[in-house]
Write a protein of this length. Structure first.
Length: 356
């Protein structure tokens, strides 16, 4: 079905009649087969997955909606296959391909023409941005593992634990409870380090009165989850409570307006206005959210520069934050599935300020 959707777009295109997919993420998306190597050739009526002997038997059994052929040492194999399909102008993943790679493919495919603008990327981004029910189910399964890990780590965090110990414990829990991989390098930062949005866990030990920010996720069936929670250790001061409440209000404001047809930039603005009104606008520097799927960062983005509108089936994070240099930071992040009339929060973990 996914390959058929791309084929339909290629048949409608005025500039492309074929596509060459080389990135692992896009190959997996369209074939539903994970492999570290190979090519997916798509024409208006035919699709061929070319892979080496390591994957051949499995690909023939598992790859969806395409022929599977053994990769040869002949540099002209791709040219021959595209020619048999009647393809002459081939779109490539310009955002995934280096100049040297493009040069090699362009030479091997002569006299066929490679198109290296953003035409194919735009088509791929649009297809991948709308999740199927099965994709959403995988994201939700990954999120449940992350939430179980969050409950576990709240019993692990204590004064004297290092940030690195906390991150490793989170990672081990997810990987030993069903995650096939981690969504990204886990963030576990405390005290003044929590003012760094993408701080790296180090040897700093947690102290009473610290905020600890945890940003992490699990992968299930190739699909990522992404969540952030900020917890307190021992005690909290009034400034911490205030900032935490502002961030939570900002997130709720964004979640309340997201729906199909809503401008992505306005989703960002809904959260940003709350933080600016509270006097913390200078301390929220990143975008409010991003798409999640086979990759941790996908389209669409909830950012001030976004030109897109949300569509039903998008899965986006909503993660405003306030970061006070040298003091502390707060971020709260959920994932939301966009629906025709609103959004469904895929994150069930509580968001009230938790004091451990």
């Amino acid at each position: 079905m996914k390959i058929e959707a791309l084929q339909a777009l290629l048949r409608q295109s005025e500039t492309l009649d074929g596509a060459l997919l080389v990135s692992p993420e896009n190959r997996r998306y369209f074939t539903e087969f994970p492999a570290s190597d190979g090519f997916l050739l798509v024409g208006g009526e035919r699709a061929v997955f070319v892979t080496d002997s390591r994957y051949l038997e499995a690909a023939k059994a598992e790859a969806k909606d395409c022929e599977v052929v053994l990769q040869s040492t002949d540099a002209g194999q791709l040219r021959t296959l595209f020619s048999e399909m009647g393809v002459r102008r081939i779109g490539v993943e310009a955002s995934r391909m280096s100049l040297s790679e493009f040069g090699r493919y362009a030479q091997a495919l002569l006299p066929l023409e490679l198109v290296a603008d953003d035409t194919l990327d735009t088509l791929l981004f649009a297809l991948r941005a709308v999740k199927t029910p099965e994709e959403v189910a995988r994201i939700e399964r990954a999120q449940r593992i992350a939430e179980e890990a969050f409950e576990h780590i709240c019993g692990f965090i204590a004064p004297g634990r290092t940030e690195r110990e906390i991150a490793l414990e989170l990672d081990y829990y997810m990987l030993s409870h069903g995650a096939e991989a981690l969504s990204f390098e886990t963030i576990a930062v405390s005290g003044a380090n929590s003012s760094k949005p993408h701080g790296v866990p180090g040897e700093k030990r947690v102290e009473a009165g610290d905020f600890v920010t945890l940003d992490f996720g699990a992968v299930v069936g190739g699909y990522h989850s992404d969540m952030t929670r900020t917890v307190a250790v021992g005690t909290v001061c009034e400034r911490q409570r205030e900032v935490y409440a502002v961030v939570l209000e900002a997130q709720q404001a964004a979640l309340a307006v997201l729906c199909a047809g809503f401008p992505c930039a306005e989703g960002d603005a809904a959260a940003r206005r709350v933080i600016e009104r509270a006097g913390y606008g200078a301390y929220f520097g990143h975008s409010t959210g991003h798409g999640v799927g086979l990759e941790i960062h996908e389209r669409p983005n909830l950012s001030p520069r976004a030109k897109d509108r949300l569509v039903a089936g998008n899965v986006v994070t909503v993660e405003p934050g306030i970061y006070l240099p040298g003091l502390f930071g707060v971020r709260t992040e959920d994932m939301a599935l966009i629906t025709p009339t609103g959004c469904r929060n895929l994150t069930a973990a509580p968001k009230t300020l938790r004091v451990l």
